[in-house]
Structure formats: structure tokens, C-alpha cells
Design a binder for this molecule. Structure first.
Ligand code: PMT
Length: 418
């Protein structure tokens, strides 16, 4: 069976229905790589979404796809020469750099990324990227070893630090026959990223980190301690935040759920791994929402070989895990922190205790174990903050998450404006 394309899921998800790129001017840069064949579809999709498109190709790109194809699809002559007096007379490179509302380079080869990272302007595309003030999006596409090479990783980091937005790469089967990270995102995914960038929502421009799912605390190589969290609530929160315009990173314990389209997913197993993943990202986020059901205890010792059932009884010594949420909320320059509280009694008492003890801006409390909360498709929440509370009635987790995100956006903006 062929798995559905990620790109198709974007449109099936309905996240971007009703949004267009109408009035947006997108300069598509194409560098040399086998994924250049997808650029033709990208240009078609961008125009379908309402964007005006101009195409710039490197010499390498023209070995994979002809300028004529791109001209036919974009409706405009393709630019490729830096020092061409005829082209400069029509629309010079500085005009082109000013014309663009965004530059999207897809595919972005390892070579192109290296040249951009080091400020080279040795062809038309790199010159335009240097001469333009428009946001720059890169869709890396290369062999997995090239992507993981320290040079490429260092160049990616340098570009990120300069606010270049890296879209992907995705993992999967590659044109060279290998499997791993390095595939260019599908054209629909790239269009969706631009739609999201320009989308106006209560959280547009906000960077949001969510944890979701259970953690697994190993006992030996084949056994672990875990809980009933399915990840549904956390994934719904991530999608709702994306829909509200946020840039979303989801740190998820093991679940059976697909990555929500448009969300950056960091997969972890244990509480310790989740703590490291959150710690590495917390200073770059504006809002942190801890939906994960993190194990409070883990085995003090992980037995290196499978334990044998020789003893009639077995006791496991447990030790506390790190409290990820308390750590995030207690740091200097902490983001707006929202915790979740799963309780089976005295919802308000326990939730308010966690709110105060962990130093949170808000806590979303759910009574679990009555067909809501863990595993179920529905939930209801009571939100508590220092001097207020709000009730979200029983509904699907998607609906509950949307209402939750509205309230979080309201309180986040109130805190930052007051
Ligand atoms: O995943 P689903 O099946 O959709 O279920 C959703 C849910 C019931 C798991 C979710 O709605 C929920 O309540 N999540 C929080 C569960 C939980 O661990 O609650 P807690 O009261 O034990 O923890 C309080 C808060 O501290 C939580 O935000 C938790 O993420 C955080 N925590 C807890 C322990 C720890 N070591 N580190 C933490 O960060």
C-alpha cells in the first residue's frame, strides 16, 4: 500500500481552507538537484493559491528541468543570468529583489545553502537572496549523508540564526535509493507553509512549544513503565495553535498519531529525553503548553539484559523524574507557561496547587477516568489562572483545543501588554 503524501494531508486536513496567496509575490529559486522536478508542480500550486510567481534558476537546476517548463507554468520569462544586459534592461536583479514579498528556494541544495550561509553572491539566485529584504524560505533537498554532514548542519544553523526559515527536509525514501532525512517537502506542504506565514490569527508571529503523549521509562531492554495517554489532546492543541497562526513545535512521546501537517515534530521516549528536547527549545518559544502525561517516577536502575522471572516477587526501586514544566516555568525569561492537570478528585484544589507550586500562568484541569481525558476522543477542561477561571464544555478534543488556544492567546496578549 502506498502511504498518502504528506502534501495531500495538508489539504485534506482543511487547516488552510479559505486561505489564499492572492496578491502575494513569490520568487521561486530553483537550485541543482533531482527534486527540481517538483518545482514545476510547486509553481503551479502557488499560482493556483493566488500568488504571482517569478522563477530564478541556477545553472545546475537547468540540468534537471528546462527554463521553458518553468516559463510556461509561471507565465513569465525565467531569470538565470546575473550579467545579462537584455534581461537587466527588462527587470534587473535589484528590481526583482525588491519585487518579491517572499523568496522560496526549492530545492535548496547543500551547495546553495553553503553559498548563502557564507554570503556569496556568485550567481543570480544568491545575489537576489543577498539583495532582498523579503523573508527567505529554503526547502533543503539532498542525500541524507550530505544533510547530516557537520558542514551542512552548521550552515543550516547559521542560516536559521539569521532568520532564514528552513522548511524540512522530510525523511523517507530518496531518489538515490537511500532512506533518511533529506527529501524536499511536497509542493503542497511548501504552499501551506507560505499560507501559514501570511495567515492572520490571534497567535500569528508567536512561537509555541507543546508536549504530548506518554513517556516510557525503561525497566530492561523489553519492558517499560508508561501510562494511558494517546497524545490526542496534545496533537489537537498543536493543530489549533497552528491554525491560530503560531509556529508550532511538538515534542511527543510515543503515540500512534501522524505528524500534524505544518508542525515540527520532535519524537522522544522517556521523561529524560523529553526534558532535554524541551530545554533545548524553551528559550526560543513564547508559549509553552505541557499536555504530556510525563512519568513522575522511573526505575532507579535500568537492567541491561532482559530480567528473568525466577523470583516469586519482584520490587522495583523508583526515582523521581525531572519536572519539565516546573523547570520551564522557573527559568529566567520563562515563556507563558500552561500546564495540564489530570485529576480523579478535587479538580480545583489540586490544579490550583500545581498552578502556584510550578509558577504557571495557567493550568488546564481535566477530571480523568470517566470516558474523558486519557485515550478518549472527547474532553472537557477547567482553566485556572491566579485570579480567574474558565469552563470548556465536553466536546471533541479538536473543539476543546480550539477554545483553549483562544483563551491562551487572550491571556498571553493581556500579560504582554500589561
Ligand atoms: O493524551 P490523551 O489520551 O489525549 O490524554 C490527554 C491527557 C489526559 C493526558 C491530558 O489532557 C492531560 O491531562 N495531560 C497532563 C497529564 C499529567 O501528567 O498531569 P499531572 O497532573 O501529572 O502533571 C501536571 C503537569 O506537569 C502536566 O502539564 C505535565 O505535563 C507536567 N509534568 C508532570 C510530570 C513531570 N515529570 N514533568 C512535567 O512536566
Amino acid at each position: 500500500m502506498v502511504a498518502p503524501l504528506d502534501g495531500q494531508r495538508y489539504w485534506e486536513s482543511g487547516l488552510f481552507s479559505g486561505l489564499t496567496l492572492s496578491g502575494r509575490r513569490v520568487l521561486v529559486g530553483v537550485s541543482g538537484g533531482i527534486a527540481a522536478y517538483k518545482s514545476a508542480e510547486l509553481v503551479r500550486r502557488l499560482r493556483q493559491a493566488g500568488a504571482e510567481v517569478r522563477v530564478v534558476m541556477t545553472t545546475g537546476a537547468q540540468a534537471f528541468i528546462t527554463p521553458l517548463t518553468m516559463q510556461a507554468l509561471s507565465g513569465h520569462p525565467v531569470h538565470s543570468e546575473l550579467l545579462d544586459s537584455r534581461v537587466e534592461a527588462a527587470m534587473g536583479h535589484i528590481e526583482l529583489a525588491r519585487w518579491a514579498d517572499a523568496i522560496l528556494v526549492a530545492p535548496a541544495s547543500a551547495n546553495l545553502m553553503a553559498r548563502l550561509a557564507h554570503g556569496l553572491a556568485d550567481d543570480l539566485l544568491t545575489t537576489l537572496c543577498l539583495a532582498s529584504e523579503a523573508p527567505l524560505f529554503l526547502a533543503p533537498a539532498m542525500n541524507r549523508v550530505m544533510w547530516m554532514h557537520p558542514a551542512t548542519q552548521a550552515n543550516s544553523e547559521l542560516l536559521r540564526q539569521r532568520s532564514v526559515r528552513l522548511l524540512g527536509p522530510a525523511a523517507g525514501e530518496q531518489a538515490c535509493g537511500e532512506v533518511g532525512a533529506g527529501r524536499m517537502l511536497e509542493p503542497d506542504e511548501l504552499v501551506a507553509e507560505l499560507l501559514r506565514y501570511w495567515q492572520q490569527g490571534p497567535l500569528s508571529g508567536v512561537s509555541l512549544l507543546v508536549t504530548a503523549g506518554p513517556t516510557r521509562e525503561p525497566i530492561d531492554p523489553v519492558r517499560y513503565i508508561s501510562n494511558r495517554s494517546s497524545g490526542k489532546m496534545g496533537y489537537a492543541v498543536a493543530e489549533a495553535a497552528l491554525r491560530a497562526g503560531a509556529t508550532v513545535t511538538l515534542v511527543s512521546g510515543p503515540t500512534a498519531l501522524p505528524r500534524p501537517p505544518g508542525v515540527a515534530l520532535v519524537a522522544v521516549e522517556s521523561a529524560a529525553e523529553m526534558a532535554v528536547a524541551v530545554q533545548a527549545r524553551i528559550s526560543q518559544c513564547d508559549i509553552f503548553i505541557a499536555v504530556a502525561a510525563v512519568a513522575d517516577y522511573r526505575p532507579s536502575v535500568v537492567v541491561p539484559q532482559k530480567m528473568k522471572k525466577s523470583a516469586p516477587e519482584l520490587s522495583l526501586a523508583l526515582e523521581r523524574t525531572e519536572d519539565i514544566l516546573a523547570m520551564a516555568a522557573g527559568g529566567t525569561d520563562a515563556p507563558f507557561c500552561v500546564g495540564f492537570a489530570a485529576e480523579t478528585e478535587d479538580l480545583e484544589g489540586y490544579a490550583r496547587d500545581k498552578l502556584a507550586r510550578k509558577g504557571l500562568d495557567m493550568i488546564a484541569a481535566n477530571l480523568v477516568g470517566q470516558g474523558v481525558g486519557f485515550e478518549s476522543d472527547v474532553n472537557c477542561l477547567t482553566l485556572f489562572w491566579a485570579d480567574g477561571q474558565y469552563e470548556i464544555k465536553r466536546a471533541t478534543k479538536a473543539v476543546v483545543a480550539r477554545e483553549l488556544i483562544e483563551i491562551i492567546a487572550e491571556r498571553y496578549h493581556a500579560k504582554n501588554s500589561g
